[in-house]
Design a protein around this ligand. Structure first.
Ligand SMILES: Cc1cc2nc3c(=O)[nH]c(=O)nc-3n(C[C@H](O)[C@H](O)[C@H](O)COP(=O)(O)OP(=O)(O)OC[C@H]3O[C@@H](n4cnc5c(N)ncnc54)[C@H](O)[C@@H]3O)c2cc1C
Length: 385
């Protein structure tokens, strides 16, 4: 069967938060199409996150990229949303006596204003999060400026904005192969052919698979699976809007919902790119940790899932052209932070696609093209051989 070739300036691979935010910004500069394998966008990591905006979680550059995205979340672009994207959700970092050094180090990183951290006693932690088991905590660090993100609204806002700019989203279209000739990419899916001036690789855990299919060097992306369960909480409480609790030993976090908590053992199981699911052992470990660190008896699960967080060797995202072809742009490796950093990442990917400098607000934070570029990963892979 023959079919027409679809032409575009920017072909963005992946309809998760990364792909749609980049496509929105690119659509101001030319025609953009998002290609998504699944029949809906957001089915993979984007639909499975803990939805937290924090200036204090992750490597320094991630915290800076979150800061550079904050004004978008607070004041979304015109027509993006009728309701606010962010709601207040404090975060308490806590642990037992063995965690004192880690907590002191964290306190030293307190920022001004919304980013401020303050030390609180274990009694204060208990008052704020009544289900906590006070025996397992020595004290807490309270980050009152933490926020919860309405991920669905943000994701849909990007898609709506993209379409208003004349962009398109093509679902059920998997990039199967791509060739680059005379400065044009020809991309094949099962039933369509696309021609594009640029490919933007925002395919999450599959980013190295896409590189291989496009014939460019991989960056060594490692998808890591993280498990989440939700369990019921007694209905004795008047209010369930407690701060999220993150144990600094990296073994558990939990966040309340009405009549329940969602909890994760913060696992990082290395896997192939896949439609991830929670396995029984990981769910049992999570339930056990919840029972030890809270006063909740886990009698049943309301829900469970797993999602992939994908990293390169230094846990810093990869954004910008690949060294062997400046028409192939990386936008990958966001790890556990791709939602809160999406606006800055979309703007950076757009600037670097067009051969421009980084946006001024990003540059002011001390972020450089080199610190995000694919070259460092390729160099690292060569040295490791
Ligand atoms: C449990 C968990 C908790 C998290 N909590 C937070 C949090 O609190 N805050 C935060 O900021 N981040 C958080 N994250 C991280 C965040 O979810 C990710 O960084 C982000 O969703 C990555 O977005 P993405 O668009 O790169 O990937 P994805 O959402 O996975 O999108 C990639 C898309 O590419 C598509 N694709 C793949 N191959 C092809 C192909 N050949 N052709 C076409 N399409 C293709 C896939 O189908 C997929 O839809 C969390 C993640 C997990 C798993």
């Amino acid at each position: 069967m023959t079919h027409d070739t679809i032409k575009t300036d920017f072909l963005v691979i992946g309809g998760g938060i990364a792909g749609v935010s980049a496509a929105y910004h690119l659509a101001a500069e030319g025609h953009a199409i998002v290609l998504e394998t699944e029949d809906v966008c957001g089915h993979h990591s984007t639909g499975r996150s803990a939805a937290i905006f924090s200036e204090h979680h992750g490597p320094e550059i991630i915290c800076d990229l979150a800061l550079a995205s904050k004004s978008f979340f607070e004041n979304p672009y015109d027509g993006f949303t009728e309701t606010p994207f962010l709601s207040k959700r404090g975060v308490i970092f806590t642990g037992d006596a063995s965690q004192q050094d880690a907590m002191d180090k964290m306190l030293a990183g307190s920022r001004d204003g919304d980013g401020a951290l303050r030390e609180i006693s274990s009694d204060e932690v208990k008052a704020l999060v009544p289900v906590i088991n006070q025996d397992v905590i020595a004290r807490g660090i309270y980050y009152e400026g933490g926020r919860e993100i309405d991920v669905h609204a943000v994701h849909q806002g990007w898609i709506r904005g993209l379409k208003k700019r004349g962009g398109e989203v093509h679902t059920s279209q998997e990039l199967l192969s791509a060739t680059f000739d005379n400065d044009v990419w020809t991309v094949k899916t099962r039933n369509k052919t696309y021609e594009a001036n640029y490919i933007i690789n925002a395919s999450g855990a599959w980013a190295d698979v896409i590189a291989e299919r496009c014939g460019v060097q991989k960056v060594g992306l490692v998808p890591k699976k993280r498990t989440v369960i939700t369990v019921p909480v007694s209905d004795d409480y008047d209010d369930y809007h407690w701060p999220m609790v993150i144990f600094t030993d990296g073994k558990l976090y939990f966040k309340s919902e009405k009549g329940a908590i969602m909890a994760s053992p913060m696992d990082e199981t290395v896997v192939e790119p896949m439609d991830a699911w929670a396995d029984n052992m990981d769910m049992a470990v999570t339930a056990d940790l919840v029972e030890k660190r809270t006063n909740i008896d886990v009698t049943k699960l309301i829900n469970h899932w797993a999602g992939l967080r994908s990293f390169v060797f230094d846990d810093i995202p990869v954004v910008g052209p690949t060294p062997d072809n400046d028409r192939f742009i990386w936008l990958a490796g966001q790890g556990g932070y791709g939602i809160k950093t999406c606006d800055a990442m979309g703007r950076i990917a757009t600037a670097l696609t067009l051969g421009r400098d980084l946006p001024d607000d990003v540059k002011k934070l001390g972020i450089t093209k080199e610190s995000l570029g694919a070259e460092r990963c390729i160099k690292h892979l060569k040295e490791a051989v």
